[in-house]
Design a protein around this ligand. Structure first.
Ligand code: NAD
Ligand code: DAU
Length: 340
């Protein structure tokens, strides 16, 4: 297989590339990434010398750059991870989300069509369904996104599906729940809690802290994406859930306990606007049709994740520069957490 992975320098993309190289050593992988604040070449250190792996710095929104990439690499399969991915940032400024998550996907779809790509796997999210207080979302559930981030992802899902129905492009879509694990940028909840706890800083808990997320260890998601890539039916959408619902308050308290840090670090702050109360996915389809299910328990995944951050404090420190500082100085200031 000649894979074109976009956004491979981010959290899930880099875990996926390492997973695929181990599982399918003969596959050729081209990783295209713009290297935004969330993209980090350090996430793939050690792969530079691999004969089967190549990195190209490019923007999926740039049609001429992407045409060159498709022409040069002759990739037969595309997996699109590239996105602006953080909800709080989308609330502060929606434009980059609309651009990359919708228009960028349009550029990739046009190239895939023009160059006769055999499979186009688009990585979407459970957030496109919105919040659910009881029950679980299935793949045909109505899309009801709450943030500019999830709205841009929902719009992209529609566009991807339209290329299947209109042009017969063999697409697949995955919608996964909240991932956690090594190499996650510390703006996301779990690494942020770990980082702040390690440095004895306050941990902002939005609203009453009782919002629920369904957590999946990133390696389980990589396994699911690999399964969909090889066994999924073109034109189909697959939910990927960790089957592990936890309140945010529970997650923070568990991390603090493991790190032996006081609960007094928790600071309740004003809620995120449009904050989805609960995410919950039915995984019946992927379990029954493709025989996938998550393997890692939350306690095991969390232990591995914390161990990784403890062993990689240099990586963590390197993420605390430039764009990270600029955004968070202003953002935490607005939450009344000036001492962060
Ligand atoms: P991330 O923010 O860690 O990484 C995104 C990557 O995309 C970065 O390397 C960045 O440089 C790159 N990128 C951004 N804009 C680009 C552009 N215009 N051109 C090329 N590259 C660009 O994100 P993540 O958490 O790894 O998420 C990956 C995908 O999975 C996203 O599509 C996201 O919507 C989806 N997803 C994430 C989660 C989660 O919990 N993290 C859950 C479900 C779905
Ligand atoms: O559900 C999948 C989605 O999960 C992905 O599509 C997104 O890319 C990813 O960012 C994630 O979105 P969330 O908004 O659920 O994740 P986040 O880590 O930002 O927040 C998780 C929960 O923790 C959410 O209820 C908000 C809360 N939170 C978050 C932060 C950053 C806090 O209470 N305090 C915080 O400082």
């Amino acid at each position: 297989m000649k894979l074109l992975v976009t956004g491979g320098c981010g959290f899930i993309g880099s875990n996926f590339i390492r997973y695929i190289i181990k599982k399918h050593p003969s596959y050729r992988i081209v990783n295209v990434d713009k290297l935004t604040y969330a993209g980090n070449l350090e996430n793939l250190h050690g792969l530079k010398k691999k004969r089967t792996y190549r990195f190209i710095k490019a923007d999926i929104c740039n049609a001429s750059q992407m045409t060159k990439v498709f022409k040069k690499t002759k990739s037969d399969t595309v997996i699109n991870f590239a996105a602006e991915s953080h909800v709080d940032r989308s609330i502060s400024s929606a434009a980059p989300f609309i651009k990359t998550n919708f228009l960028g996907v349009g550029v990739l779809l046009n190239c895939a069509l023009e160059f006769g790509v055999k499979k186009f796997l688009h990585i979407s999210t459970d957030e496109v369904y919105g919040s659910i207080l009881r029950g679980k979302f299935k793949e045909p559930s109505r899309l009801d996104p709450s943030s500019p981030y999830s709205a841009s992802k929902a719009a992209a899902d529609g566009l991807v599906m339209s290329y299947y129905r209109t042009y017969g492009l063999p697409i697949l879509i995955t919608r996964s729940s909240n991932n956690y694990g090594p190499y996650q940028f510390p703006e996301k909840f779990i690494p942020l809690v770990i980082l702040n706890a390690l440095t004895n800083k306050k941990i902002p808990l939005y609203g009453d802290g009782l919002n629920i997320r369904d957590w999946i260890y990133v390696e389980d998601n990589c396994h699911a994406i690999d399964t969909v890539l090889h066994k999924g039916m073109p034109g189909e959408i697959y939910n990927i859930g960790g089957q592990c619902e936890r309140t945010n308050r529970f997650v923070v308290k568990t991390i603090l306990k493991i790190l032996k840090k006081p609960a007094s670090l928790i600071t309740y702050v004003q809620d995120r606007p449009g904050h989805d109360r609960r995410y919950a996915l039915s995984v019946t389809k992927i379990r029954n049709e493709l025989k996938w299910q998550p393997r890692t328990s939350f306690s095991e995944g969390l232990k591995r994740t914390i161990a990784w951050y403890l062993d990689n404090q240099g990586w963590l420190k390197n993420t605390q520069t430039g764009a990270y500082r600029t955004f968070y100085k202003k953002y935490y200031g607005s939450l009344g957490l000036k001492d962060l």
